[in-house]
Design a protein around this ligand. Structure first.
Ligand code: ADP
Ligand code: ARG
Length: 457
């Protein structure tokens, strides 16, 4: 009798909770989303507990189990029942409809392409919820090329059946490729020197960045405001170490309005922020990026966002963007190897600081939010003038020529921005995974040479 009441009331109520939570957009604070999941999960657990207890009159297998253990095993059983009945999918029916539609309309959207309903149904409710958060950006932004971001460093293992083929498709890799890290450029260029004046070019703006995430923290898509601020505070300790070193010094610029009501000593004005964005030091307003917004990566903006910059302005560490950290070296110069080697030195220093442990995967090297950045996490770029290839005022022709050369073309303000009025673009090798760091910087040099040959044709 009691179990009937539970079955009739708690279970549907729990499902309503979960459905509401799963429908929640990133406008909803992550905390309340999680609370809804917990309540829903608890309701389902309770419903399962009571109904199973009544039927079995408490089986011997349960004797000695903690309430938590009992709930867990009931949860597992419920998952199996749901899987058999196919009701797991119905909780997410709105999302599944959208996924089916985008799969049909946008075959280039890899997350939709590799979303398998049979695989999803077998995951069980808690993992299904995480998985939906991973692919949400894909079905909310049909034109995505990847359409997914990992939420936790170990998601690439947890959801390997989905991620592995998607990653190998995007990176054009064989099923057995394993990532190798190698920064030794002694045999690249002329004994490790990559001088663009040898290609007839003047001083260029050069930048090499890597995406890094720390073990022990969620990836940005799964952080709530408190964790974002906790991460910033953890990084402040690391920045203090850099500030004390003569090679670096520098200062922290933070956008965080307050530290839980307390004053943030590094807070900068809007005017300073805009000046830093213009100087390519700080990142743009993430809330304006629909891909990051759908993934929850832009949530709580601008809490936990900012950067550290060295005294000589060349070394920069972003915190709170698409990856927890983007670590970079940037300057105007002619030798690409200089920014590369300085970045490597900075990374070694940062990783030697207590509490800093970069998340890595055996198969994919350094772990990043977006599967496009896995491996090296490296984007090595120059700003270069190609007025002939951009004579129509767009990057269309430049992209068509640069693509087959293995190069990406971006605007002068970075990804999703327009090219410069004088035909200046940002070019970088597209490859990041199953390629060595030293090969990326070599590929940038070669790419510049090839692109300039096309520009002069
Ligand atoms: P990411 O490089 O981290 O993937 P973006 O493409 O958005 O992200 O670029 C971030 C910022 O870095 C932008 O302001 C962009 O103009 C700047 N940037 C990138 N490459 C260079 C470069 N070679 N010289 C100067 N600024 C650069
Ligand atoms: N999420 C977008 C897509 O799938 C962008 C991916 C690459 N860019 C990035 N910043 N990770 O098309």
């Amino acid at each position: 009798m009691f179990s009937n009441i539970i079955r009739k009331t708690a279970k549907p109520a729990a499902r309503t909770f979960i459905r509401k939570a799963s429908n929640a957009t990133t406008k909803q604070p992550a905390n309340s989303k999680r609370l809804l999941y917990s309540l829903g999960g608890f309701g389902l657990g309770a419903a399962a507990t009571y109904s199973t207890m009544e039927q079995n009159n408490t089986t011997p297998r349960m004797a000695g189990q903690s309430i938590y253990g009992m709930l867990e095993s009931f949860g597992d059983r419920l998952d199996r029942i749901e899987e058999a009945l196919g009701v797991g999918l119905s909780v997410f029916s709105d999302e599944i409809q959208k996924i089916r539609a985008v799969k049909a309309s946008n075959p280039g959207n890899r997350a939709m392409k590799y979303f398998d309903e049979g695989y999803f149904a077998k995951l069980g409710l808690p993992l299904q919820q995480v998985f939906m958060d991973i692919v949400r950006t894909g079905f909310e932004n049909a034109d995505s090329g990847l359409g997914c971001y990992a939420m936790k460093p170990d998601d690439y293992e947890t959801f390997a059946d989905f991620f592995d083929p998607l990653i190998r498709d995007y990176h054009g890799a064989s099923p057995d490729a394993v990532h190798v890290t190698d920064w030794d450029i002694s045999d690249v260029g002329e004994n490790g020197v990559l001088d663009v004046t040898k290609l007839g070019l003047p001083t260029l703006s050069m930048r090499v960045r890597v995406g890094r995430n720390l073990t022990g923290f969620n990836l940005p898509g799964n952080m709530d405001r408190a964790e974002r601020v906790r991460f910033e505070k953890a990084m402040l300790k690391a920045f203090k170490k850099l500030q004390a070193m003569p090679e670096y010094g520098g200062q922290v610029y933070s956008l965080t309005p307050d530290f839980d009501g307390a004053k943030n000593p590094n807070k900068i004005s809007d005017a300073k922020y805009n000046e830093l964005v213009k100087a390519h030091v700080m990142f743009k307003d993430m809330d304006a990026d629909p891909y990051l917004k759908s993934a929850g990566i832009a949530s709580d903006w601008p809490y936990g966002r900012g950067c550290w910059q060295s005294d000589d302005k060349q070394c920069i560490i972003w915190f709170g963007e698409e990856d927890q950290l983007r670590i970079m070296c940037m300057k105007k110069g002619t030798k690409l190897n200089e920014v590369f080697t300085r970045l490597k030195g900075m990374l070694d220093t940062v990783e030697s600081i207590e509490g800093v442990k970069f998340a890595r995967s055996d198969k994919y090297g350094y772990v990043t939010s977006c599967p496009s950045n896995l491996g090296t996490g490296m984007r090595a770029s120059v700003h270069i003038k190609i007025p002939n290839l951009t004579s129509d005022g767009t990057d269309k022709k430049a992209k068509a020529i640069a693509g087959p050369l293995g190069l990406s073309v971006r605007g002068v303000g970075g990804e999703h921005t327009p090219i410069g009025a004088d035909g200046t673009v940002d070019i970088s090798p597209r490859a990041r995974l199953f390629i060595k760091e030293k090969e990326i910087i070599g590929a940038l040099y070669k790419g510049i040479q090839n692109l300039m040959a096309e520009e002069k044709k």
